[in-house]
Structure formats: structure tokens, C-alpha cells
Design a protein around this ligand. Structure first.
Ligand SMILES: Cc1cc2nc3c(=O)[nH]c(=O)nc-3n(C[C@H](O)[C@H](O)[C@H](O)COP(=O)(O)OP(=O)(O)OC[C@H]3O[C@@H](n4cnc5c(N)ncnc54)[C@H](O)[C@@H]3O)c2cc1C
Length: 307
């Protein structure tokens, strides 16, 4: 069985930053990434990134391009299309979709996955989670769309889409916004955006190129059926918890860690969105946490070697 000093699961910014720190602190590492490319959510950022100092990046792909030029990433031992599946906490063995490793330290940096709406299972008119309402908005020009969700991302998406779409319906399950209240002012000023409060999708029917949504609402004035061309669910995310069986979690599948980014075992660490919950998801935090986790591993290593 292959022995790995630090196994990093997840090739987003959290995992890549951890790899840089491994090299900096003299630890050898292997990174396994479930998909066929590095970068994670960086591929989905089509907005300007101005809160990751000191540079302003036009989009996530530009940041990733620069990150991949880093000498530590160029040299990094990466295995793509390999997924963390299970952890044997007593034996220090990590099982992936390809093999099993004997591991000194594991860093879980597996990020998040968008939530899905079970009532839309099998629906062919659902835009993918990575759909950009800025870069790709022109592709829905002249069409009618339903955006589902009441958080900042749903509201921002609905507002962005009004630039090209004929009409946007924003379906919100509750009677209040989860997102910032100043969105209400913006929404009110848009003639091609309607909010359907306290409304949920219960089913759908394909009718040619269009979709008939079946709705349920506590408000009698709201429609029970709605024709649209596309649906864009924006109902939040959950932590990617493959392999987390028996490890402490909170909220929707997020790994709970201590002040050194450790889960409850001394050899399992977490960083990035997988440990932060949606409220604190950010590039800066993911990078900082990676440093702390790897620094702590290196200190543990040094003190173990002293005896
Ligand atoms: C549209 C959008 C705009 C954003 N804008 C900003 C912004 O302006 N500023 C900012 O600070 N933040 C922004 N963010 C948030 C930021 O992108 C994230 O906080 C950050 O990218 C999280 O990095 P991560 O490495 O923790 O997770 P991710 O980027 O999600 O990476 C996790 C990786 O792990 C892989 N993986 C999952 N499960 C497994 C498994 N079992 N085994 C192996 N690999 C696995 C995934 O395929 C993925 O590549 C934005 C996010 C989005 C979606």
C-alpha cells in the first residue's frame, strides 16, 4: 500500500494552497481531485474578484491560471478523477475511488455542492449550477425564466438575468429574504421581474421546448401553474462530506474543526468551504486555513521526531 505523508483531498484553492505550504514546510504531499481538472469553484467565478488582496482578478479563471504557475503547483503530485471515499481512523488508511493509502495526515478540502430540488429530478430545462448569469446571460435572451431561492445568489441571479430575459419569476419559499434587504429596492424597479412569495415547485411537465411548472403557494393570488423556458435553482449549498462518517459535522454536511483546523482525530484536518459553512465561504479564509493546518501538521511531525 502506498504511503503518503500528507494526502490532500480536493483541488480547489484550499487544497492547492495547502500543497504550497507542504512544500514550504518540507512535507511531501499527494493531491487527489474528484473531477478532471484543478480549481474547484474558481471555474464558476465570472465576476471580478476584488476581495482577495492585493490583486483584483477579472474572474476566477485568471486567478487559477496564476496559481497554476506557482512552482509548487507545477511540481505537485496530482491525481485527477480520484475521489476520497472513506477513512479508517484507527488504521490511518484512506480509501479513494482508485486505491487505498497509508497516510500520516489527511487534509479534507472538498468544498461544497449546490443543493438540488427533488421535485425537478429528471427535468431537462434546469440550468446547471455553474451557469453564469453575467457571462452566459445572452444565451437566454427573450426567454422566460424561473429563479428559485431567497438568498443573495438567487436575488443577484434574478436581477442579472432581467438584462436579457423577457421575464424572470423569482420563486421564494418563505415570506422573507435570506439575502440582503436592499435587493427588494432593486427588484421593485425592474418591470420584467416578478416575485412569487411563499411559493414552492411541486412538479413539472415538458411541453415541447417549454416547461409547465406546478406550484404550491400559501398566497391565493399566486398562480398554481407557470410556463417558463428555463429554471435556475439557487437554493444554497452543502458541504461535500464523502468520507466524513463518524467525524464531527455541523449544518449541511460541513466538517467541524478546532483552532488548528483539526477534526477530532490528530491526523485529520479540514480547510476551505468544506469546513466553513456558506456564510464564511471565501478565498481568503480557505488560503489562511490551509496554512494553519499544514503548519500544525509540520509542528506535530517535528515533535514526534524528537522522541
Ligand atoms: C459564483 C461564485 C462567486 C464567488 N465569488 C467570490 C469572491 O468574489 N470572493 C471570494 O472570496 N470568494 C468567492 N466565492 C467563493 C470561493 O470561490 C470559495 O470560497 C472557494 O473557491 C472555496 O475553495 P475550496 O477549495 O474550499 O472549495 P472548492 O473550490 O469547492 O474545491 C473543492 C474541490 O474538491 C473536489 N472534491 C469534492 N469532493 C471530493 C472528494 N470526495 N474527493 C476528492 N475531491 C473532491 C471538487 O471537485 C473541487 O475541485 C465565489 C463562489 C462562487 C460559486
Amino acid at each position: 500500500m502506498e504511503h503518503v505523508q500528507v494526502l490532500i483531498a480536493g483541488g480547489g484553492i484550499a487544497g492547492l494552497s495547502a500543497a504550497i505550504w507542504c512544500q514550504r514546510l518540507g512535507l511531501s504531499c499527494l493531491l487527489v481531485e474528484k473531477s478532471d481538472r484543478l480549481g474547484g469553484q474558481l471555474h464558476q467565478i465570472h465576476n471580478e474578484i476584488w476581495d482577495f488582496p492585493p490583486r483584483i482578478y477579472p474572474r476566477g479563471a485568471s486567478l487559477l491560471e496564476e496559481l497554476c504557475q506557482h512552482p509548487a503547483i507545477q511540481k505537485l503530485n496530482v491525481r485527477l478523477r480520484e475521489e476520497l471515499l472513506a477513512i479508517d481512523r484507527d488504521a490511518h488508511i484512506v480509501t479513494t475511488s482508485r486505491t487505498a493509502y497509508r497516510v500520516d495526515y489527511l487534509l479534507i478540502a472538498t468544498g461544497v455542492t449546490p443543493n438540488e430540488i427533488p421535485a425537478l429530478n429528471g427535468c431537462k430545462r434546469v440550468l446547471p449550477p455553474a451557469f453564469s448569469t453575467t457571462a452566459e446571460a445572452a444565451s437566454v435572451a427573450g426567454l422566460e425564466l424561473a429563479v428559485i431561492g431567497g438568498g443573495d445568489r438567487a436575488l443577484e441571479s434574478a436581477v442579472n438575468l432581467t438584462t436579457h430575459a423577457r421575464h424572470v419569476y423569482l420563486l421564494i419559499r418563505s415570506n422573507q429574504l435570506r439575502g440582503r434587504s436592499d435587493w427588494l429596492r432593486k427588484i421593485a424597479a425592474l418591470p420584467n421581474l416578478s416575485v412569487l412569495w411563499e411559493t414552492e415547485v411541486k412538479g413539472y411537465q415538458h411541453t415541447g421546448e417549454r416547461l409547465l411548472l406546478k406550484l404550491a403557494s400559501r398566497r391565493p393570488e399566486n398562480p398554481t401553474e407557470l410556463f417558463v423556458d428555463w429554471i435556475l435553482p439557487r437554493i444554497g449549498v452543502h458541504g461535500n462530506c464523502a468520507g466524513l462518517d463518524g467525524l464531527p459535522t455541523f449544518g449541511e454536511g460541513y466538517l467541524k474543526t478546532d483552532e488548528f483546523q483539526r477534526a477530532d482525530d490528530s491526523w485529520i484536518y479540514g480547510s476551505g468551504d468544506a469546513t466553513n459553512g456558506a456564510e464564511y465561504a471565501s478565498l481568503s479564509l480557505a488560503v489562511g486555513q490551509a496554512m494553519k493546518a499544514v503548519k500544525h501538521m509540520s509542528m506535530q511531525c517535528r515533535s514526534a521526531n524528537r522522541f
